[in-house]
Design a protein around this ligand. Structure first.
Ligand SMILES: Nc1nc2c(c(=O)[nH]1)N[C@H]1C(S)=C(S)[C@@H](COP(=O)(O)OP(=O)(O)OC[C@H]3O[C@@H](n4cnc5c(=O)[nH]c(N)nc54)[C@H](O)[C@@H]3O)O[C@H]1N2
Ligand SMILES: Nc1nc2c(c(=O)[nH]1)N[C@H]1C(S)=C(S)[C@@H](COP(=O)(O)OP(=O)(O)OC[C@H]3O[C@@H](n4cnc5c(=O)[nH]c(N)nc54)[C@H](O)[C@@H]3O)O[C@H]1N2
Ligand code: SF4
Ligand SMILES: [Mo]
Length: 751
C-alpha cells in the first residue's frame, strides 16, 4: 500500500480526519516506536472538513497502540476461579448461543443483557439492536453513553422533540460569545478548542469566551470570564443569568412568541433567582454573574458548548434544558455561530444514537415506547408485529442491579471496561462476580473486566474492520480496514450476526459485509431528522466525509454538505406543534452534598493524553510520560489545614470506598473541592480507582449517574491512620504499580 488510508481518529467525538500509513513504505526508513517495534503512522488529514489536518497527541500516537497486548483468540472457562483456555470460534460462539437459548426458555428474554459502547462503529451498533431488540425480544441493550451523553439526548428530545445537535464546527469561528459549561475542551476536545481559541485570539475585542467549571482548567485559563461555581450549582447560575436577561429586557420576544412554548412558567421560576442569591449559592461574585449576563445579552450569536460537567449529574437533563432555555429566550439558535452544542465524548456515540443504541430508543431516532416506531422497525426487520417489547430495557446501572438481585442471567459486554468506568466500583465488581454468564468482547487483554468473564471474544478494532462513525457535528466518516486483525479477532457486527444465525435468525443476519449492513441501517433513517438514506460505504469512500441530514434525493447534490450544516434553520422544531419547549427547573443540588464527616466534594474527569481506562494510551510511552500517575488536586488552603504538600500520600475516603494517591496542591481548584482523574483502574495502579469513591445516584430522566460529584474525606498518610497505623510515603509508594515516586514528583503538572 503506498497511498495513506483516509479515516477518522478512533478517540474523541471531535472526529478528526487521519491519514494512516504502514510502518514500511518504499524509499523510507521503517517507522518504529521507542522500543524499535515497527508501528503504523498517523497524521492529520487536511481535507477532513471537521479538523482540517489538525490532530492532538492521542490521534498522532494511535499507531503505537495497535499491536500491544491484543486479545487474539476466543477463550472460555466454566467459572471465574478457573483459568481461561483457548477455544475455537465455533466452540465459543456455540457456548454463547446455547446459553442464550437456555436463558430464553427458562427465564425469558429480559434476563439477557448487552452493554455496548460509543466506540462501536455504526454497523456494530445496528446489528446489536437487531439481535437484542428485534430477534430476542428484549430492549436490554444499553451503552456506556448512559454514563456520558444520555442527559444531552434526553434534553434535546424534550426541548426540540428529537435528539440531534443542531450546530456545526464552523459555528466556532462565527460566534460572538462561546459559553463553555462543564467542558474542559482544551484537554478533552482539543481540536474543537483550537478552532475556537484561534477565532477568540483573532477577535479579542469582539468575541467573548466564558467558561463555567469548578476547576481552573486549561480551558478556563483561556477565558475572558471564568465562573468557578460550586459543583452542581449550574442550574442556579443559568437561572440567574436568565433572571438578569429578563430584568434587562434582553430577550427575543418575537422568537419566544412564534417558536416556543412554556415561557410563562419558566419566567416565573427564574424570577426567584436574584443575583445576590445566585452569586452566594454558586460561590461567585455578583459582578461576574452580571458580566456573564451582559456577554449573553450583548452578543448577537451565542454558542454554548457542554459536556460531562453538565450531563453527569442527578439533574443532568434539567441542566441541559436550562442551557437550551437561554438559547430559546434570546433567539440564539438555527443561525450561524449560535446554538446549544453538546460536545460528544466518544468517536461514535452519535452513530450509536442514530442506530438506536440505548435501552429506550430504536434506530432512526425512534422511541421504544412509540407503537408506530416499533411497527416501522419490525416491518423493515421482517419480524412479526409485536416482537419489539414496548418497555424500555435496563439502563447500564440497572444491569448491575439485575445481576445483584438475580434477575439478569446473561451479560454480554463489548467495547467498554465497566470494572473501571462504572460508579461504585466495589459494588459493580461484586455484581459482575455474581453474573451466571458473562461474555466479554474486547480488543485488548488484559483489561480489568476480563477478570469477570466466562467467555472472551477477540474483537477486531479500528483499522481492522470497515464501518462508519458520526462525530459531534453530524459528519459521517468511513473508517476502512487497512490492516489484518491480529490472530483470530473478528468485527463486532460479525460476531453478533453469527450468534444471531446460530439462534436461527439466518434471514435477518444474511450480510455479505459491513457495507450491506450499512445499506440496511440507512433505510431506517428515511424521513427522520437523522436521514442518511443518501449515504453508503461506496459514496463515503468516493466523496469523503458527509454531514447529515443527507436524504437519498440529495445523493447527486454536491452542495449537500453546505446545505445541511445546521438543523432547525427554518425554526420549525421536531415537536408535534413545531415549537421548542421551555423547561422550568429549580436547582436541586448534589445527591451527596458534603457534611462534617465527608467535608470535600470530589469531582472527576480526564487528562489531555489519556483515554479512559488506558487500554490503548497506557501502552504508549509518550502518553505515559505525560501523565505517569494518578493524583488528587487540593486547594492550598485546604492542604494547609490538612498539613499536606504536593507529592505527599493521602487517603481519600467516601461512604463506599477509598483510594491512596499523592496530593497535588494547586490554586486551580476551589476550596472544598478536590479533583481526581478517572484513568487509573486496578491494572494501572493499586488503590487509585476513582470509582471506588463515586455513587450511582442518577438523573431520573436520563438515568445518567452523577459521576462528577460525591462527598469525601482526606486523611494524610504520614500521620497515624485509624485502621492501618502509621504508613510512610515510601511504603505507600509501593502500591503504585507503574512509575516510581521520583517520577510522580517530577511529572506532576505545574500547579
Ligand atoms: N483526553 C481525553 N479526551 C477525551 C476523553 C478522554 O478519556 N481523554 N474522553 C472523551 C469522552 S467519552 C468524553 S464524555 C469527553 C468528556 O469531556 P469533558 O466533559 O470536557 O471532560 P471531563 O474532564 O470529564 O469533565 C469536564 C469538566 O467538568 C467539570 N465539572 C465537574 N463538576 C461540574 C459541575 O457541577 N458543573 C460544571 N459546570 N462543571 C463541572 C470538571 O471540573 C471538568 O473540568 O471527553 C472525550 N475526550
Ligand atoms: N468517575 C468517572 N467515571 C466515568 C466518567 C467520569 O467522567 N468520571 N466518564 C464516563 C464516560 S463519559 C465514559 S464514555 C466511560 C468510558 O469508560 P469505558 O467505556 O469503560 O472506557 P474505555 O477505556 O474507552 O473502554 C473501551 C474498551 O473498548 C475496547 N475497544 C476498543 N475498540 C474496540 C472495538 O472496536 N471493539 C471492541 N469490542 N472493543 C474495543 C478497548 O480496548 C477498551 O477496553 O467512563 C465513564 N466513567
Ligand atoms: S481531538 Fe479527538 S479526534 Fe482529534 S485527534 Fe485528538 S482525540 Fe482524535
Ligand atoms: Mo464519555
Amino acid at each position: 500500500m503506498s497511498e495513506p488510508t483516509k479515516t477518522l481518529c478512533p478517540y474523541c467525538g471531535v472526529g478528526c480526519g487521519l491519514e494512516v500509513m504502514p510502518p514500511a513504505r518504499p524509499g523510507r526508513p521503517v517507522n518504529r516506536d521507542a522500543q524499535g517495534n515497527p508501528v503504523w503512522q498517523a497524521r492529520g488529514d487536511r481535507r477532513h472538513p471537521s479538523s482540517l489536518g489538525q490532530v492532538c497527541v492521542k490521534g498522532a500516537t494511535i499507531g503505537e497502540s495497535l499491536d500491544k497486548s491484543r486479545l487474539k483468540h476466543p477463550m472460555v472457562r466454566d467459572s471465574l476461579d478457573q483459568p481461561f483456555r483457548r477455544a475455537s470460534w465455533d466452540e465459543a460462539l456455540q457456548r454463547v448461543a446455547d446459553r442464550i437459548q437456555t436463558v430464553l426458555s427458562t427465564q425469558g428474554p429480559d434476563a439477557l443483557c448487552m452493554y455496548g459502547s460509543g466506540q462501536f462503529q455504526t454497523e456494530d451498533y445496528y446489528i446489536a439492536q437487531k439481535l437484542l431488540k428485534g430477534c430476542l425480544g428484549t430492549n436490554n441493550f444499553d451503552a456506556n453513553s448512559r454514563l456520558c451523553m444520555s442527559s444531552a439526548v434526553a434534553g434535546y428530545i424534550q426541548s426540540f422533540g428529537s435528539d440531534g445537535p443542531s450546530c456545526c464546527y464552523e459555528d466556532l469561528e462565527l460566534t460572538d460569545c462561546a459559553f463553555l459549561i462543564g467542558a474542559n475542551a482544551a484537554e478533552c476536545h482539543p481540536i474543537v478548542f483550537n478552532r475556537l481559541q484561534k477565532h477568540h485570539k483573532k477577535n479579542k475585542n469582539t468575541v467573548k469566551l466564558i467558561v463555567v467549571d469548578p476547576r481552573r482548567t486549561k480551558t478556563a485559563k483561556a477565558a475572558d470570564l471564568h465562573l468557578a461555581i460550586r459543583p452542581g450549582a449550574d442550574i442556579v447560575l443559568l437561572n440567574g443569568i436568565a433572571h438578569l436577561l429578563l430584568r434587562q429586557g434582553r430577550i427575543d420576544a418575537a422568537f419566544i412568541d412564534e417558536c416556543t412554548a412554556g415561557f410563562a412558567a419558566y419566567a416565573a421560576v427564574v424570577s426567584q433567582y436574584p443575583p445576590e442569591l445566585v452569586a452566594r449559592e454558586c460561590g461567585i461574585r455578583v459582578e461576574d454573574l452580571e458580566t456573564a449576563a451582559r456577554y449573553w445579552g450583548e452578543s448577537k450569536r451565542v454558542l454554548s458548548l457542554w459536556s460531562m460537567g453538565v450531563n453527569q449529574s442527578t439533574e443532568g437533563t434539567a441542566k441541559v434544558r436550562t442551557i437550551i432555555n437561554l438559547h430559546l429566550m434570546t433567539g440564539n439558535l438555527g443561525k450561524p455561530g449560535a446554538g446549544p452544542f453538546s460536545l460528544t465524548g466518544q468517536p461514535n456515540a452519535m452513530g450509536g444514537r442514530e442506530a438506536g443504541g440505548l435501552s429506550h430508543i430504536l434506530p432512526g431516532y425512534r422511541m421504544v415506547k412509540n407503537p408506530q416506531h416499533r411497527q416501522e422497525v419490525e416491518q423493515l426487520w421482517g419480524i412479526p408485529a409485536g416482537s419489539i417489547s414496548p418497555d424500555p430495557g435496563l439502563a447500564a446501572w440497572d444491569m448491575m442491579l439485575g445481576l445483584e438481585n438475580g434477575s439478569v442471567d446473561f451479560l454480554w459486554v463489548a467495547a467498554t471496561n465497566p470494572a473501571v468506568s462504572m460508579p461504585d466500583i466495589e459494588r459493580t465488581k461484586a455484581a459482575l462476580r455474581q453474573s451466571p454468564f458473562t461474555v466479554y468482547q474486547d480488543a485488548y487483554y488484559p483489561t480489568e473486566t476480563a477478570d469477570y468473564a466466562h467467555v472472551l471474544l477477540p474483537a477486531a478494532q479500528w483499522g481492522e474492520k470497515t464501518g462508519a462513525m458520526t462525530n459531534s457535528e453530524r459528519v459521517v466518516t468511513l473508517c476502512p480496514a487497512f490492516r489484518d486483525p491480529p490472530g483470530e479477532a473478528r468485527a463486532d457486527w460479525w460476531i453478533f450476526a453469527e450468534v444471531g444465525r446460530r439462534l436461527g435468525f439466518t434471514k435477518q443476519f444474511e450480510f455479505a459485509n459491513s457495507a450491506a449492513v450499512y445499506d440496511e441501517f440507512v433505510q431506517l433513517t428515511r424521513d427522520r431528522l437523522c436521514d442518511v438514506t443518501g449515504l453508503s460505504h461506496a459514496r463515503l469512500a468516493a466523496t469523503g466525509p458527509i454531514q447529515w441530514p443527507c436524504p437519498e434525493a440529495e445523493t447527486e447534490a454536491t452542495s449537500a454538505n453546505k446545505y445541511n450544516k445546521r438543523l432547525y434553520t427554518n425554526l420549525q422544531f421536531a415537536t408535534a406543534n413545531g415549537r421548542a419547549n421551555f423547561a422550568a427547573f429549580h436547582a436541586k443540588g448534589l445527591a451527596e452534598p458534603p457534611d462534617p464527616t465527608y467535608p470535600f466534594v470530589l469531582t472527576t474527569g480526564r487528562l489531555y493524553g489519556h483515554w479512559h481506562t488506558q487500554t490503548r494510551t497506557g501502552r504508549i510511552d509518550k502518553i505515559r510520560s505525560l501523565h505517569p500517575n494518578p493524583f488528587l488536586e487540593v486547594n492550598p488552603r485546604d492542604a494547609q489545614k490538612l498539613e499536606i504538600q504536593s507529592g505527599e500520600w493521602i487517603e481519600v475516603r467516601s461512604r463506599r470506598g477509598f483510594v491512596r494517591l499523592p496530593a497535588l496542591v494547586t490554586q486551580n481548584i476551589a476550596r472544598g473541592t478536590v479533583f481526581m482523574p478517572m484513568h487509573w483502574g486496578a491494572l494501572w495502579a493499586d488503590q487509585a480507582e476513582v470509582n471506588a469513591l463515586t455513587h450511582p445516584e442518577a438523573c431520573p430522566i436520563s438515568l445518567e449517574p452523577e459521576l462528577k460529584a460525591c462527598a469525601v474525606q482526606i486523611i494524610p498518610l504520614t500521620v497515624q491512620h485509624p485502621e492501618v497505623g502509621e504508613i510512610s510515603p515510601q511504603v505507600a509508594s509501593k502500591t503504585l504499580r507503574q512509575p516510581t515516586e521520583s517520577t510522580i514528583l517530577t511529572a506532576l503538572p505545574p500547579g
